[in-house]
Design a protein around this ligand. Structure first.
Ligand SMILES: NC(=O)C1=CN([C@@H]2O[C@H](COP(=O)(O)OP(=O)(O)OC[C@H]3O[C@@H](n4cnc5c(N)ncnc54)[C@H](OP(=O)(O)O)[C@@H]3O)[C@@H](O)[C@H]2O)C=CC1
Ligand SMILES: CC(C)(CO)C(=O)C(=O)O
Length: 330
């Protein structure tokens, strides 16, 4: 299967190396020093189950890579307009595009009771909808705490990596099964689920708890969650996220929240949004923080702790020049 990973950073590098290990014909869209390193030395991924090395075709220009059997988008959310602007040459008549990212996805309302209400803050100007469209789109949620430690090199910090896939309309299709099999062949599970929005909320639980706290503390999850006060705040945040997921109709389990926080407190990982702040990259404030908060407000779910943490983390992002509220908030 000919698969291109668009955005070969931490997650994209890991996924590309897994696809290569599983025997797929992999290429990557990358740029800057990362592209130069991949072209020169290939990709190296240090994972808990061993080091993966591969030499995918790599280019900054999708036209050089040509039509694909599938594309997996693993950029940060603020880069999605650049994906929309350049992806066309990789799309054959049937090419599906899986968005394997954090946060509320741009297609979240499609096929739900809010069908016909696009989310302009997540897809400015409807560029993704026009360039890719809903019928090609596959939803994705990824678990794999990782970081680009030098161009072309990814460090994977957790051993429970998985890529959950789901069609926007929940069907289990041959195309999604083929993509899942290609990823799983590389040694990480890739379950296909009928309710990908529930998986989105389950993942947001981690992002909305660890993201704002670690941004405010400017430290990794383990250091941030050392004190009883921050662990208590993390549990309150978790309860509020669970409440939003329930109101949204995609309930995530509300038990074992303290155990989940305790596990986060063992990880030296810096949430990717903090990595962005430290590296001066545009931050996924809209998809990860503001969009879920907006849904809470619309549903009338009280989220006092989350509102405060998100307001402070958003301030930090704005002060660093790494987030500006979009003109078109939904
Ligand atoms: N890192 C982690 O531990 C986890 C991250 N996630 C999520 O996965 C997604 C990806 O995150 P992550 O891998 O950390 O991000 P990275 O910043 O490490 O990787 C994204 C890559 O895409 C590249 N890119 C963006 N736009 C283009 C473009 N138009 N052309 C070529 N290359 C492009 C970026 O280049 P450049 O650097 O030049 O912008 C960067 O190398 C995010 O949604 C994140 O929240 C989910 C779970 C864990
Ligand atoms: C922290 C983690 C691994 C899960 O919350 C994550 O998704 C990220 O770093 O963006």
């Amino acid at each position: 299967m000919k698969i291109c990973v668009f955005g070969a950073g931490a997650i994209g590098g890991h996924v590309a190396a897994r696809l290569a290990k599983g025997g797929a014909e992999v290429s990557v869209v990358a740029r800057g020093p990362n592209l130069a390193a991949i072209q020169e030395r290939g990709l190296t991924v240090h994972a808990p189950d061993g080091t993966l090395e591969c030499r995918p075709r790599a280019s900054a220009d999708p036209a050089e890579l040509g039509p694909q059997d599938a594309v997996i988008v693993t950029t940060k959310a603020p880069s999605l307009p650049s994906v929309a602007a350049s992806i066309a040459p990789m799309l054959g008549p049937e090419t599906p595009v899986a968005f394997v990212m954090n946060g509320i996805p741009w297609w979240y309302n499609d096929g739900t009771a809010r069908d016909g209400q696009p989310l302009p803050a997540l897809d400015p100007g409807g560029a993704l909808r026009r360039a890719i469209g809903i019928s090609r789109t596959i939803g994705g949620v990824v678990y794999s705490a990782c970081e680009v430690t030098e161009p072309g090199v990814v460090e994977v910090e957790t051993s429970d990596a998985r890529v959950i896939l789901g069609e926007v309309d929940g069907r289990i299709t041959p195309r999604i099964q083929a993509l899942s099999a290609a990823i799983a062949a590389g040694g990480i599970p890739s379950p296909v689920v009928p309710d990908i929005r529930q998986a989105v909320w389950q993942k947001l639980l981690g992002n909305l708890v660890n993201g704002p706290l670690c941004i405010l503390a400017r430290s990794c999850m383990q250091d941030t969650l050392q004190s009883p006060e921050t662990r208590e705040a993390a549990i309150r945040l978790s309860e509020e996220v669970v409440a939003i997921s329930r109101a949204e109709g995609w309930p995530i389990p509300g038990d074992a929240l303290a155990a989940r926080v305790a596990r986060s407190a063992t990880l030296r990982h810096k949430p990717s949004i903090l990595q962005d702040l430290e590296a001066g990259r545009m931050m996924e404030v809209e998809a990860m923080f503001q969009a879920p908060l907006r849904l809470a407000r619309e549903a009338g779910v009280p989220v006092p702790t989350l509102s405060l943490m998100v307001a402070l983390a958003t301030r930090a992002a704005m002060a660093a020049g790494l987030y500006a509220a979009p003109a078109e908030a939904a």
